[in-house]
Design a protein around this ligand. Structure first.
Ligand code: NAP
Length: 540
């Protein structure tokens, strides 16, 4: 049972933890990263299921902090697959010689604030403790899987996998009867792969259909790289000022102010390009106006009908009752076409809900489906899930108790009642509504600048004021309530986890405006924070 002291403890060695360690070392801090896995990569370490790839283009979905790094790395596809993203994160880890600062296989269980010593004590399974005045939770937004509460799940006698804990050894689908439960981004990626890999039958168990666009994934060639890399830095600067933090065009027209022909042509152009970010940004009111959104929905619904040969299956796979992009707008490779194959069956769980899982398979209200394999692609307790699961104890109780009520946070980066604790892409920040790599960079840079500035000024305790936090939470809600996201029934609002406080978990005011606000906070010497020096009392 070791007890180690550091200047900074970082939990998680995904893209956020890796960059946090790079920045900490630049500041000369003695920092450690605690990681439960045996390797770096976070999301891209755990979600190694077949078909896993990003839905933000590779040139965007990568670090921008080092011009040399972005110039030298060669992405092979428009949308990188999981092995390549993992290899990239491993490369970054080695390039900046970070491995000796990362402790693998460490399961953090709790973090308790000590008000006398002004430090966090982070306890891990096995009894090891790590203390430091500053703690960064880089634990990811989609890191706690939400497994379905289906009776008999544990009784299933054949192969059972969770997409979010996929085995390292390849899974063989050949000649097997496979059920995939869930048709969000993950299920949409797995189902075609299982079918292609020769499953005897893939049962796609769909409760809520998603809107999905063809990814138009393709290899990147020398010209693609040259086009971006001739001014990568400049493109990143532009991206950082956009709403989504990626290379999207700025749109200043309503979907309703153009002719139907112009609108159709624009949707078609972006549909042919293949990018959910670009498609959802086709007009400036798709997320704020129901009639505008309907034009986009109708367009995508017509394309689903083009892609699925059986009109009845197409109808069942066409979403209804929610606005496009208020649940994740997915992209796919041959998802709908997969349902034209002989070895794929759509099971519409709205018509025949799952009643139980038996040792042999799945029982729906209509039939028994014997199976050799079940894949759970049932999503995550997103954004706040991992932080709520850990025993994080501040000055007034646990984060779980606080967030059970409402996921309040100051800019998604600090929480009142939890001094010197930082969350990367926490609730109320752009996070998953944007290019995550950029969102991570924004936060890590803000946090490390704040720590550097505070240490230089002799500040030992930093905490957002209750008023500043309340004001931010109110602003996040106001912005969200002006959009169609206010009605979202998905993990975006915590709706997929029974009992979870309902709130739009992302700041949808845009990455560029968000960064301006953070910059203003820093320039104004953090008016939203109480920063106390060692000899001062709290609140000064
Ligand atoms: P998700 O979008 O939350 O989808 C979960 C699916 O499981 C939904 O279809 C849900 O149906 C279904 N489900 C949950 N519980 C069920 C139950 N008891 N019975 C039947 N169906 C059940 O989760 P995800 O697909 O893992 O994606 C989560 C997020 O991860 C995405 O939105 C995206 O941000 C990210 N992601 C990105 C990529 C990419 O970059 N391409 C790939 C994968 C994931 P209901 O909707 O009816 O609850």
């Amino acid at each position: 049972m070791a007890h180690d002291r550091y200047d900074l403890v970082i939990v998680g060695a995904g893209a956020a933890g890796i960059y946090a360690l790079i920045r900490a070392r630049k500041l000369g801090l003695n920092a450690v990263v605690l990681e439960r896995g045996d390797g770096v990569g976070g999301t891209w370490y755990w979600n190694r299921y077949p078909g896993a790839r990003c839905d933000v283009e590779s040139f965007d979905y990568s670090y921008s902090f080092d011009e040399l790094l972005q110039q030298e790395w060669v992405w092979s596809e428009k949308y990188s697959a999981q092995p390549e993203i993992l290899a990239y994160l491993e490369h970054v880890t080695d390039r900046y010689a970070l491995r000796d600062g990362i402790r693998f296989g460490v399961h953090v269980e709790s973090a308790h604030w000590n008000e006398e010593r002004l430090e966090w004590a982070v306890a891990a399974g096995g009894g090891d403790t790590f203390t430091a005045p500053f703690l960064i939770m880089a634990t990811g937004v989609l890191s706690t899987p939400k497994l379905p509460d289906i009776p008999g799940l544990d009784d299933f006698a054949a192969e059972l996998y969770s997409s979010a804990h996929w085995p390292v050894t390849p899974v063989d689908f050949a000649n097997k009867r496979v059920a995939v439960i869930g048709t969000g981004s993950t299920g949409i990626q797995i189902i075609p792969e299982a079918a292609k890999a020769g499953a005897a039958m893939v049962f796609a168990m769909q409760r809520t259909p998603s809107y999905s666009l063809p990814a138009r994934n393709r290899p990147l060639d020398v010209a693609d790289h040259a086009g971006v890399k001739q001014d990568y830095r400049g493109m990143r600067q532009v991206a950082r000022a956009t709403m989504l933090g990626a290379f999207t065009d700025t749109r200043d027209r309503s979907a309703l102010e153009v002719t139907p022909e112009e609108r159709e042509a624009e949707y078609q152009r972006l549909y042919d390009y293949g990018s959910p970010m670009r498609f959802a940004s086709a007009f400036n009111d798709l997320l704020t106006s129901e009639p505008a959104n309907r034009t986009a929905r109708d367009f995508v619904a017509a394309r689903i009908a083009d892609r699925v040969m059986d009109p009845e299956i197409a109808r069942k796979m066409t979403p209804s009752g929610y606005a496009l992009a208020t649940r994740r707008l997915c992209i796919d490779t041959d998802y709908y076409e997969t349902f034209n194959r002989e070895n794929v069956t759509l099971v519409d769980l709205r018509e025949e809900p799952i009643e139980s899982i038996t040792p042999e398979g799945i029982s729906t209200s209509a039939r028994e489906i014997p199976l050799d394999m079940i894949v759970l692609a049932t999503g995550f307790d997103a954004v706040t899930g991992t932080l709520r699961r850990l025993d994080i104890r501040g000055t007034e109780g646990t984060l779980r108790e606080k967030w059970d009520h409402s996921p309040d946070s100051w800019y998604g980066v600090m929480v009142h009642g939890f001094p010197n604790l930082f969350t990367v892409t926490g609730p109320g920040s752009p996070s998953v509504s944007s290019n995550m790599f950029l969102a991570i960079e924004q936060h890590v840079e803000f946090i490390s600048d704040l720590i550097a500035d505070s240490r230089a000024a002799g500040v030992t305790r930093i905490e957002p004021t209750e008023e500043a936090e309340r004001a931010w939470v109110q602003h996040v809600a106001e912005v969200a309530n002006a959009t169609l996201l206010r009605d979202a029934e998905s993990w975006y609002t915590g709706a997929n986890v029974p009992g979870k406080a309902r709130a739009v978990l992302q700041y949808v005011g845009g990455v560029g405006p968000y960064e301006d606000l953070l910059r203003h906070e820093a320039q104004a010497e953090y008016p939203g924070l109480m920063r106390a020096r060692a000899t001062e009392g709290v609140g000064q």
